[in-house]
Design a protein around this ligand. Structure first.
Ligand code: BGC
Length: 264
């Protein structure tokens, strides 16, 4: 197991990609903090799955392997509390997965300030300050660590009607590049995982619209939507010692979507 003895916090892990990441890190032997904002039942479900399948516990009940914490990533004070409580619970933190993210559909000229703030606060400000609190903890304890951001193909690719979302993911790209330099001397690495179209609650609407879904599938060379596990396996790799020399990079998990251009 690659993550024996490590403690990982995965933000937004009551469902979707975050939940799959928690399960995969736990299967690799990590202790995990499950964070949720509005779905305590999802967080409990994630925890129950960790306890049932956590590799470290070999199917036995292991109440100490996982823990749930409620926090809104859009609030800096809640973000700071989340990091502090995570450290309190397991005594330290080694891996931060900035996964929580939201998107709002609207033509640019109709975007409200409230929707812009909601997206930017969770997707960028929350990530910024969670990472800052994590880095401060590593500096205090004189240890190295790993930061993995769940970005999107839309840190590169335009996505009309989701301009705030794209701006937040573009910001996440530069956050990782910048911090790779600032944190390098501390032995802390930071990388982005950029999913394409993954079957999760964030795109329920799309999944229920056969026409839109069909058009999207045409753009994916591998011919299928991604599954949360497709993303989680890469995160587990980036969280491991095998990637100690990798920082400041983005890795796409998109079935080939990003660079697919064809002329008929
Ligand atoms: C978005 C999804 C979208 C996918 C592919 C993701 O970042 O969250 O809504 O379907 O990118 O465009």
């Amino acid at each position: 197991m690659k993550l024996e003895g490590k403690v990982a916090l995965v933000t937004g892990s009551s469902q979707g990609i975050g939940q799959a990441i928690v399960l995969r890190l736990a299967a690799e032997g990590a202790n995990v903090i499950i964070n949720y904002r509005s779905h305590p039942e999802g967080a409990e479900e994630t925890l129950a799955k960790v306890e049932a399948t956590g590799g470290k516990c070999y199917m036995a009940h292991c109440p100490n392997q996982g823990f749930t914490i409620k926090a809104d990533l859009g609030s800096v004070s809640e973000v700071q509390q989340l990091i502090a409580q995570s450290i309190d619970h397991f005594g330290k933190l080694d891996i931060l997965v900035n996964n929580a993210g939201i998107e709002k559909h609207a033509p640019f000229w109709e975007v409200t300030e409230a929707d812009y703030d909601a997206v930017m606060n969770v997707n960028l400000k929350g990530v910024f300050f969670a990472t800052q609190a994590f880095v401060q903890h590593l500096m205090r304890t004189k240890r190295t660590g790993k930061i993995i951001n769940i970005s999107s193909v839309h840190e590169e690719l335009p996505f009309p009607n989701f301009t705030a979302y794209c701006a937040s993911k573009g910001g996440m790209k530069m956050l990782a590049r910048n911090l790779a330099i600032e944190l390098g001397a501390l032995g802390i690495t930071i990388n982005n995982v950029a999913p394409g179209a993954i079957e999760t609650p964030i795109n329920t609407k799309l999944l229920n619209d056969p026409q839109k879904l069909g058009a999207l599938l045409q753009n994916i060379p591998l011919g299928r939507l991604g599954q949360p596990q497709d993303v989680a396996s890469l995160v587990a790799f980036l969280a491991s010692k095998d990637t100690d020399y990798i920082t400041g990079s983005t890795f796409f998990v998109d079935g080939g979507l990003l660079w697919n251009y064809q002329e008929q």
